[in-house]
Every structure is written in structure tokens, then in C-alpha cells.
Design a protein around this ligand. Structure first.
Ligand SMILES: [Ca+2]
Length: 182
């Protein structure tokens, strides 16, 4: 490996080499994970963003796919709180929960599977004609069943990018310190 002093260069290492493995381990895993493009926020190994336009629930689902992700639903109280921060003060956002009206009584599916975590507002769900689920930051992140045709932003999610397991590259600054992954 030839190093050029006094200039920024790219350092590529094989992570299994012990000495470089130690160096790589000194950089936190969180810093090594990245989210694509502007607006995506990293949270626990996944990237989240709101669609930039309001739309029906179904269009929101398509918009998430077109950004390489999928519409997301919180799976825990902690993730629900993150959705609240993503929605911003007063925000109302579509989440990937929808009632299957083909089932008697309507079965709630979140991200395509039967919902295990829910956070209904008092009195909700309250209307058989409201099949989609809206999370309201202004109501402490509680959920409301809503008509799917209403226009709101949707929460999209995708996995954060990880560097290759075998070869990882870092930018090295003039002072010899690692600047970041390249
Ligand atoms: Ca309702």
C-alpha cells in the first residue's frame, strides 16, 4: 500500500486483517451506517423519511416504493415516539396499517401482517368506512382510523447502507485521521 503524504487519499482495507480490524472496530457501527440522499433519518439501523407530498394512503404506499423503501408502521412505543418526531409538531402521517374489510369485523394489518403493536386514541377505531390508520403527533402519537382518500404525508422506511464486509474504504485527511467512509 503506497501512502501519499500531505494529500487526502482513500484507504481501502480488508476487515479481517487483525490490525485493520482493530482500526475498523474503533469507528462506531452507527457512524458506518448511512442513509441515502437528503431527508432520510437514521434510527436503529433503518432510514426513515416522510413523502414530500400529501396523498391518499395507497398513493403514499406507492411513493415509498418509488423511493426504494416501503410504507412503515411503528412496532414499539419507542418507534412510535420516533414517528412523532419525524412527523413534527402537529404532524399527521399515514402509517402502514390498514383494516382488511374482507374479514368479519375487520382485521388490522400493519406492514402486511397482523398488527401486534397498536396505539389507538381513546374511542378509536370507530368507523367501519375508515380503513387506513393516521398517526397524529399532536395527540401524543396516538392512532386514528381514517378514510384512506384523505391527503397526508406517509412514513417510508428502508434499511441503512452498510459498507462491504470484506473491503471497506475510508477517506484519510491530511493529518492522517480518518474522515469518513468513502
Ligand atoms: Ca376514526
Amino acid at each position: 500500500m503506497e501512502l501519499t503524504l500531505g494529500a487526502m487519499f482513500k484507504l481501502c482495507i480488508l476487515q479481517w486483517l487483525p490490525i485493520w480490524g482493530f482500526l475498523a472496530a474503533s469507528i462506531s457501527a452507527a457512524n458506518m451506517m448511512r442513509c441515502p440522499g437528503p431527508g432520510w433519518q437514521l434510527w436503529k439501523g433503518s432510514c426513515y423519511v416522510l413523502t414530500d407530498k400529501t396523498s391518499t394512503w395507497q398513493e403514499g404506499k406507492s411513493a415509498c416504493r418509488s423511493m426504494g423503501g416501503r410504507m412503515a408502521a411503528p412496532r414499539s412505543s419507542e418507534e412510535n415516539d420516533f414517528f412523532v418526531s419525524l412527523a413534527g409538531p402537529g404532524g399527521k402521517v399515514w402509517i402502514a396499517c390498514k383494516f382488511n374489510t374482507a374479514v368479519a369485523g375487520g382485521q388490522l394489518a400493519c406492514e402486511g401482517v397482523e398488527a401486534e403493536f397498536t396505539k389507538w386514541h381513546n374511542g378509536e377505531p370507530n368507523n367501519d368506512s375508515e380503513e387506513c390508520v393516521l398517526l397524529k403527533a399532536i395527540s401524543s402519537g396516538t392512532w386514528f382510523d381514517y378514510s384512506c382518500q384523505n391527503p397526508y404525508p406517509s412514513v417510508c422506511k428502508k434499511r441503512a447502507a452498510k459498507p462491504s464486509r470484506d473491503l471497506v474504504c475510508y477517506e484519510v485527511g491530511e493529518n492522517g485521521r480518518l474522515v469518513g467512509t468513502a
